[in-house]
Each structure stands twice: as structure tokens, then as C-alpha cells.
Design a protein around this ligand. Sequence first.
Ligand code: NAI
Ligand code: MG
Length: 352
Amino acid sequence: MEKLKIANIPGDGIGTEVVAAATDVLKAVSEIHGGLTFEFTDFPWNCHYYLKHGAMMPEDGMDQLTQFDGIFLGAVGDPNLVPDHVSLWGLLIKIRREFEQSINLRPAKVIKGIRSPLLNPKDFDIMVVRENSEGEYSSIGGNMYQGDDEIAIQNAVFSRKATERAMRFAFELAQKRSSRVTSATKSNGIIYSMPFWDSVFEDVAKDYPHIETDSRHIDALAAFFVTQPDRFDVIVASNLFGDILTDLGAAIMGSIGIAPAANINVNGKYPSMFEPVHGSAPDIAGKGMANPIGQIWTAKMMLDHFGEEELGRVLLDTVESVTSDGFLTRDIGGKHTTKEVTDEIIARLKVR
Ligand code: NAI
Ligand code: MG
């Protein structure tokens, strides 16, 4: 029997509500599938913890986490208690960096019963593979002079290693999906890093002759998301381009409350971390109205990651059956609570 040890870090605000909901859903999944069990351990690391201890996690916090197969995180941040840069860098970003989670994986697709702001989203169903360790989000640069002469310089960093790693991940993923990979580039305007990006893409593509490839400038790609959303499948993008594209993807789905994500450690040295795209939503925290689907879909990504793709499919199908029958939270135009939506998903999982 396969037993997965999962570190739950619910975090702040609605993080605690949606992680509890998705954990119950995962327990129901393991009930319908005898071969898989989860052992969850809760870590109460959040802004309240910071106020008490002066840090977002204990000194040996990272060591504690290394013993787990995966990390299931809700959301971090409560700007009324702790400044955002302190809470995010002390927990979320610390884990992403120190555990070398170099790929950020973000699916987006239209879910039955949830209205997209696009009139005709057709079969929008994509997976963005975002480089998560370098690119435009680098700490190389500086400031000079003051006043009218002030200068800010920010360097983008593209290594062959990280670029190739993201691209190989995308091609491997495409083999399990529609066998198409689109590269997000901007080599007409950014004349060093992006032609390099293109050439690495061409090199990697040679190892996957059966995969159809396509390279699009990021501006045109953004427009195509709106005009021809069904045209794309797997997209590989740099840190910044991927960040922007995935917010657009979440918008096309209809709410940030349903968008999932995974931070993948590809070298196998440390656990990967699974977290929805949304934050702690202080405006609705404690009211029981948070949409649990982002966290539950994130749980599906965790199942996929551990090779339980069939279970992942069952889980997402069940979510879609629930949304298409009108069990919707307020952010997507319904009036159901977190608990009602979660209970309905669990009830349907049990009769499958
Ligand atoms: P947010 O994602 O928390 O909220 C933005 C808007 O979306 C709010 O109106 C909120 O009510 C709504 N929303 C978000 N998730 C929802 C859900 N599941 N169901 C229904 N409605 C939902 O972003 P915001 O307000 O900018 O940030 C709040 C806090 O969260 C800050 O401290 C921020 O730093 C942190 N944050 C943390 C993230 C993480 O842990 N990965 C990501 C983004 C923000
Ligand atoms: Mg973003």
C-alpha cells in the first residue's frame, strides 16, 4: 500500500479553510482507492506564528519539511499583522528557492458550469510550464544617481541549464497530452536572452521529433488566448511571461479562486509544493464563503505528480459534475458555502 506523507501548511486567512476542505477531499479519494493513503501533518506556520516567534517558521523548519513526500500549502499573508514581503519571503518563497522548485506548473481550462468572461472560450485547456528560478526575476542590477539622473538597472538571467530544464519538462508533459508545445518568446524585441531561448527550444525539440512545436511572441500569444483560446496546449514560458499568461488563464477560467499550481522540484532532492494561485483573501476570510476548487484542483495536481493520474482525473471530473449542477460559491456567481461545495464533491466521490 502506498502511503504518502504530506506536510500541510494552511497558512493565513482562507488558506486554513480551503486546505481543511481539500484535505477531507483527499481522504475521500483514498477511501475509494484502497491502494493509496495519506498521512497529513499540520504545520501552523503563518502570520500569527510570526507574531509569537518572530519568524514564519522555526529555525529547523526546512529540515522538518525534507522528510515529507509533498507540501500542501494554502496561502500566506495577512498584511494587517505582518508586511507581505516578510511573510511571503519567510515561508513561501523560502521553500520554493531552498527546495529548488524550479518549475511552476499552472493548468487552466474552462470548467463546466463556471462562466468564462469570454463569449466563446471553446475548449480552452492549457498547461503553462513556467521557469521558476531565474529569468526576469533576478536579483542582479542596481540603482545609480538621484533625481533627474536617476537610473535603475535590472538584469534578466537565462542559463542554458534552467532554460533547457523547463523546456524538457514541457516536452515530456506534451507527450502525455496533445503532443504540442508552444514557446513564449519575444526575440524580435529582446535581442540577447530571447534568441538564446529560441535556440535552446530548437535544440530540445530535436530530441522530440514527434512533438509539434510552435514559437509565438508573448504579445501575440496573449491576444490569441482571447481570440483563439482552443489553439494551445502546453506552453513553456520564462518566469515573467509565464506569470502574466497564467493570470490571463485564470481570468479566462472565471475566477482566481479555482486556479491551481504546483512548484516542482525536478532533481528529486526535495519535496515539491502544491498551492493554489490565489492568496489568503482577507476580505472574505472566516466567512465560510471561499471557493475550495483552487485548492482541490491543486490536490489533483499532487495526485498527478505521484503518478495517480487516473485518480486525478476522477477528482476533476467530480468537481466538474458539481459545478455543472450549480454548486457554486459567490465568486463564480453562486450562493453556496465552502462546506456545501466540498461536501457535495465528497458525496459524489463516494458513490463513484
Ligand atoms: P487574493 O488572491 O487573496 O484575493 C484577491 C481577490 O480574489 C479577493 O477579492 C478575494 O476575496 C478573491 N479570492 C481569492 N481567492 C478566493 C477564493 N478561493 N474564493 C473566493 N474568492 C477568492 O489576493 P490579495 O488580496 O492581493 O492578497 C491577500 C494576501 O494574500 C496578501 O497578504 C498577499 O501577499 C497574499 N498572497 C499570497 C499568495 C500565496 O500564498 N501564494 C498569492 C497571492 C497573494
Ligand atoms: Mg501572478
